[in-house]
Design a protein around this ligand. Sequence first.
Ligand code: IMP
Length: 215
Amino acid sequence: MHSLNGRKIVVASHNAGKLREFSDLMAPFGFEAKSAKDYGLPEPEETGATFEENAYIKAFAAARATGLPALSDDSGLCVDALDGAPGVYTANWAEKEDGSRDFGMAMQRTEVAMQQVGATEPAQRSGRFVAVICLAFPDGEAEYYRGEVEGRLVWPPRGDLGFGYDPVFLPGGHDKTFGEMSAQEKHGWKPGEPDALSHRARAFQKFAEARLGTE
Ligand code: IMP
């Protein structure tokens, strides 16, 4: 197994929201974390059919291009009433014709799709955020850490914190959406503390326990 002793890692993402969350999560560990964007790397096309495949495409492309270990995250929102959609296509649902992304539109699209299948009662609006973190090395070796958080979708959107679909996601057992939570509340975790809350922090917690020696 390759080591991370060099404490230099590339975060294989161009997504500002994810980069901010990774830098929060990694801050306690003394890593020099630069993003794929800092290295001027192009965004690879996500052609996989699973979160794991897309996470590997991103992490391996960054590791090969920089010669450093790379950490990626492929994530999405899976709505039960929509048979798991938008799932791996969560970012695509936000794409406009000019190529830019509009998450207000994406949340609306998800809501319209749920209304069309009659998912109007809270009990019919369950779903989860999923994040798969891939750690890949320049020779192609890779490992995966998956985090999920169960919850339900609310309408209208609530809160303007976080990013993406955060304002419509109410995690189970909480009365604030992710869009109403501070970053610290949304992650719900730092080293030495019990369980993480968000899908990304749960995946990161597994990575940290396996690779950074923290419980
Ligand atoms: P991808 O992993 O680049 O394919 O993009 C995943 C998409 O899922 C992002 O563009 C976000 O819209 C959405 N997403 C993933 N994680 C979160 C989150 O923590 N909050 C809100 N939206 C998220």
